[in-house]
Design a protein around this ligand. Structure first.
Ligand code: 13P
Ligand code: SF4
Length: 306
């Protein structure tokens, strides 16, 4: 089958099965183009609840499809690429969070959305990289435990100086690889070009850049610049910008081989077609107690406006 034929079959299968396709911006460009809704973790998690469709196919990693299922239990939710997972999502055992909360009842446990439903179920509130600073600064608690990403946690701590933020020692194995030398080298190659970076990178790397923010923040910043922009996050973001927002500008990717999330690149158009037809992918199932407890953490995030 040609790419065009697969795309036509996806469109027909979507209508026949009442399916909506969601894709994170880190997905391969042909998957982003085939999706109905694209964006970062926050946009995807906020979009699902109001959708009329009976089925959702998520092109992303497992925690993203779980988040859809948490918020829309009556929909059939399929992860298009069944093995796509985020290593950071399981870097802390839910039972350790439970023990921490019992020992520290006045500390708010705040989890990054890149966590399993079982982990979210043990936490007080969930945040995305778009909303983490805003939400932590608005919490009534003074003491915060931020899990699992130490880099995003330190970024939150720096930007919420009124809070005492303890960070877990997890990290994104993709963003955590970027070094100060990588940034210095690309800045030397492209002097006077602003650098936008994701706060999942190490703080000493973030400190060398002009802005740090979520996928959506980076896209907003990059589009607003009059000239070229250096992009220091997963390479799907610069690919998206160069394909859809370039004009006469160039979005220059830092270390494209390093900043490639292998799990995010697993989805193929054939996987997507099979998932939409009901012949492939992985259906998300959650036990109701876990779902309801995880939903409390996500609902609280949404109540804070993100
Ligand atoms: P955002 O989509 O929230 O920016 O997160 C980046 C990421 O690594 C998703 O897995
Ligand atoms: Fe997980 Fe990092 Fe991949 Fe995002 S880029 S899905 S945080 S491993």
């Amino acid at each position: 089958m040609t790419t065009q034929e697969i795309l036509e079959q996806i469109k027909a299968a979507k209508a026949a099965t009442d399916t909506v396709i969601l894709a994170h911006t880190y997905q391969p460009p042909e998957i982003v183009d085939a999706a109905d809704i694209t964006g970062d973790s926050f946009k995807l998690s906020a979009a699902v609840a109001d959708l009329p469709n009976k089925r959702v196919v998520m092109c992303g990693v497992d925690f993203m499809a779980e988040t859809v299922k948490i918020l829309s239990p009556d929909k059939q939710v399929i992860l298009a690429s069944p093995d796509a997972t985020c290593p950071m999502a399981t870097q802390i055992d839910p039972m350790r969070v439970r023990a921490f909360k019992q020992a520290n009842p006045n500390t708010a446990v705040c989890c990054y959305i890149n966590t399993t439903a079982a982990l979210k179920a043990e936490c007080d509130i969930c945040v995305t990289s778009s909303s983490a600073v805003k939400i932590v600064s608005a919490l009534k608690e003074q003491e915060i435990l931020f899990i699992p990403d130490q880099n995003l946690g330190r970024f939150v701590a720096e930007n919420c100086p009124d809070k005492t933020v303890t960070v877990w020692d997890g990290y994104c194995p993709v963003h955590n690889q970027l070094t100060p030398e990588d940034i210095l080298a690309i800045k030397a190659e492209h002097p006077h070009t602003p650098v936008a970076i994701h706060p999942e990178c190490k703080p000493e790397v973030v400190a060398l850049c002009d802005m740090a923010g979520s996928t959506a923040d980076i896209i907003r910043f990059a589009k607003a610049q009059s000239g070229n922009v250096i992009i220091a996050t997963e390479r799907g973001v610069s690919e998206y910008l160069n394909l859809h927002e370039a004009g006469d500008k160039q979005y220059i990717q830092v270390c494209p081989h390093t900043l490639t999330c292998p799990d995010m690149k697993m989805t193929s158009l054939a996987d997507l077609l099979a998932a939409v037809k009901g012949e492939g992918g992985k259906e998300m199932k959650l036990d109701e107690t876990t779902r309801l407890n995880a939903k409390k953490a996500i609902d609280k995030m949404l109540a804070y406006g993100g």
